[in-house]
Design a protein around this ligand. Structure first.
Ligand code: NAD
Length: 291
């Protein structure tokens, strides 16, 4: 296939490289001066999209996605498919889907989980929204860039699944960290805490697969001085998107709102920027009840 790839950062760069390695012709564009193995660089997003069967975007946010869509949609041939893999607000995903539909293009919102390791290893999970035909057009590329793609429903459903998942993740990570900090103060050994909780009803991915306590459980960013991993500011971004969606859908999400408030304090006032999102554990450890 001829593929246009726009946004070749930490995630998009290795994803585009994997498509090229699999034998596709990939033309890329990024605002920054980047070069990616096997990818021919274009001078603009529109140029990268011209003649492409599929255009993939991997951009920082919904506002940038909307601006890039304004450039690439008019350059794309009728019947081609636009696949946005960025994590953006549900409203932007649906607006771009409508715009693509009006130009007789297919659209899939397909945010990912799996992080930078998953992008370079080709093991991402895609959560996709769009028509069955649009999903079918993108699926062979998901198979190259990832190990699993779930068709979640119509346009916007991929973003909805992503932010609901990450809202749970933010909440459970905070719960796991505050429970460890309480256990410390009660004199409970961290390894014993892990041994019990990881096999009891308090278990979760945060505890079992990504334990925030150094030296306990599987290797995780906690064992590397909380270098990300999944940075606290990216968690904050996703929690904000969840609250934005909750407002627009009139959903009551008090735990998600509290998780957003805590990550916002952590990132913006307490030095959490640049640390892994599991660094909530040393944050709680350093605090008392009345801080
Ligand atoms: P990044 O900042 O490394 O990459 C974004 C790229 O987009 C940059 O290279 C930037 O120059 C480029 N860009 C910005 N505006 C542009 C424009 N108008 N035209 C062309 N290029 C433009 O970010 P990333 O870590 O690759 O994340 C990309 C998306 O993936 C985000 O939406 C993020 O939330 C999501 N995501 C990231 C991770 C992760 O672990 N990094 C995990 C899952 C999802």
């Amino acid at each position: 296939m001829n593929i246009g790839f726009i946004g070749l950062g930490n995630m998009g760069g290795p994803m585009a490289a994997n498509l090229a390695k699999a034998g596709h012709t990939v033309t890329g564009f990024d605002m920054a001066d980047v070069s990616i193995e096997g990818v021919t660089m274009a001078a603009s997003a529109a140029e990268a999209a011209t003649g492409a069967d599929v255009v993939i975007t991997m951009l920082p946010n919904g506002q940038i996605l909307r601006a890039v869509a304004d450039d690439v949609i008019p350059a794309m041939a009728e019947g081609a498919t636009l696949v946005d893999c960025s994590t953006v607000d549900v409203d932007s995903a649906r607006a771009v889907a409508d715009q693509a539909g009006s130009a007789n293009l297919m659209f899939v919102d397909a945010p990912v989980s799996g992080g930078i390791g998953g992008a370079s290893g080709g093991t991402l999970t895609f959560m996709a929204g769009g028509s069955a035909a649009a999903f079918a057009a993108a699926e062979p590329l998901f198979d190259i860039m990832g190990q699993k793609a779930v068709h979640c429903g119509d346009a916007g459903a991929g973003q909805a699944a992503k932010i609901c998942n990450n809202m749970i993740l933010g909440i459970t990570m905070i719960g796991t960290c505050e429970a460890f900090a309480l256990a410390d103060k009660l004199g409970l050994d961290r390894q014993k805490m892990f041994d019990v909780v990881s096999t009891s009803s308090g278990y979760s991915w945060s505890m079992n697969a990504y334990c925030p306590a150094p030296g306990v459980g599987p290797q995780s960013p906690a064992d590397n001085d909380y270098q990300p991993g999944f940075a606290a500011e990216l968690m904050l971004k996703d929690l904000r998107l969840a609250q934005q969606a909750a407002h627009s859908a009139d959903a009551d999400t008090p735990m998600g709102a509290l998780a957003q408030a805590l990550y916002s304090m952590f990132v913006e006032e307490e030095g959490g920027a640049g640390k892994d999102f599991s660094a909530m554990l040393p944050r709680f450890e350093a605090r008392s009840r009345h801080d």
